[in-house]
Design a protein around this ligand. Sequence first.
Ligand code: CDP
Ligand code: MG
Length: 633
Amino acid sequence: MNIHQTLPIYENKKDILYLLEKYSTLIIIGTTGCGKTTQIPKYLWESGWADGGRQIVCTQPRRISTVSVATRVADEMNQSVGKTVGYSVRFDEQIDDNLTRIKYTTDGMLLREMMLDPLLLRYSVIMVDEAHERSLNTDMLFGLLKKIQKARFLKKSENSRIDELKLIISSATLQVEQLQKYFQNSYILTIGKGQRIYPVDIMYLEEPCINYLDKCYHTVIDIQNSQPPGDILVFLTGKEEIDTLIERLDNFFSTQKSKISVVLLALYSQMSMEKQLKVFQQTNPSMTRKVIVSTNVAETSLTIDGIVYVVDCGFIKIKSYSPLEAMESLVVVPVSQSSANQRSGRAGRNRPGKCYRLYTEDSFSKLDHNLIPEISRSNLTPLILQLKNMGIDNILNFDFLTLPPTNNLASALETLYKLGAIDDNGKLTETGGILSEFPLDPQLSKVLLTSQRFHCTFECLIIVSMLSLQSNLYDIQSHSHRKDVLIRQGDHLTLLNIFQQFQQSNYSKSWCKSRQINYKSMTMALKIKNQLQAYLKKFSIPIQSIQDTDEKDLTIPIRKCIVAGFFNNIVRLQSDGTYKSIGNPLLDNLYIHPISVLSLQNSSPFLLYNEILYTTKRFIKDLIVIEPEWLIK
Ligand code: CDP
Ligand code: MG
């Protein structure tokens, strides 16, 4: 028997195909690892849903799972990725227009595709995966796909080339009644009802712990010293914590001698493909024990076999948005009960397992059942711009699965108005149309667009590419290794300088290394720059350099362009040395982050920031010195 035929979903293969013929939308519930993501698109492909040049697309909330799942499915078909099975994520694509029939993509990328192909006609079936996560883009997709489904249904009778759009929505949890009501002519199918799920012993703490990272460290050591073989999966909230724990465990285990050796592996987004794949490599459990320290990505999106022990720190890092402060930040909050149960479920896939919850049973009972959907805690500016670009003007009438808070909607509309993306009547302007097409936050796109007027597109393109990096640029925070690249007027100009010197070094790895600059991040910035360059070409924006003008202070036009995009982020020096927002009285007591070049020396009355970080204090980073009169257009 083929290995895939042992997956629980295989038993439902016929049902899935039959129900999809009969209903417009199929909602599929199945525990993590039952085969939803890897098998369903293949079933559809085999049974002809991708014939006649059509495609099947499956969306994921994250890049990391999109790439890894596509690679896995291609592998199962004995092909390399980019042939029959491809993927498309922001700034990276493995698709062959003639060959690719099954496409994995992020939900954000599919939203962008709608701008070019509003009815998504190339797709016969769209599978929205991980629906239980209710990511911002997934919620947007729900609203738009519902519209598209209706439009294609109506058009079908007029035009024989248009066929109905079928939707599959898959979820690892059971709360789908709301979805069934939302999508007309839908059906709920539960996978693997008779599937054997092994029992997982849940262990709670007697007393709440003060430092969960410390507790994780000791728990992993205890498991290694006292429990039979079996891999360990630790849930933490982010990269820094994960790296810290791995380093501490590495220090400890490298001095220990034991029968079973420990292999420490990290798993988080923004990790290279090779590193990610290590997590899936099979090891001999009687010789080695894998300890995988992961973010939420291992909760439901990625299935790793062989896990017997789960350590759950009880927290998760999520996006939070305050419309009053017009600011989005990442905050660490307690997990929901539903997440905690998903996490413990990772231990019982192959045999009975154990889950160590690093909180008390009483705390568990007080957790929320589910997290608030992301749409209720996000900056909606990019989304509303996209909706406007699709001709959806009355945002309040848009059929959201959950209506976002009115305050967030209002603040997004205000920002769009100030960017010149919408007019007095809330209609999309020409500028707005261009801004929405760039694969960037509208504020960054505005910087690029403005640079044409100031003849510094060459420089702004580099700065915007560097600001779009999602991974850390510096390997260490201290500036001591980077003295030769720092530009005192600010971080943006420093970013520009770093990129240009990197280019002059002929993209040298050792140039990066000696300055403790992350080489991978730099190559990513180069990739982003090349992509954005294609967009500039599309809009006939010439790439002029400020060096070719007769400006006296070459940095002024560049800084003015940044102000044009980030006018909301201006702060003024206070008598106590801290900064305060000029537009927003609630944002005060802001300190310059030590990673900023301005932390070395600065007394500028006005600064612009690109990011606020809450740690011990409220820090601002990615800073540039500005003149307040630049704010008046
Ligand atoms: O989407 P769902 O959680 O239902 O499962 P899946 O991602 O389709 O995974 C099905 C099975 O494939 C899992 O049980 C894993 O055993 C295996 N798998 C794997 O070994 N390596 C991957 N990169 C992905 C899946
Ligand atoms: Mg899946």
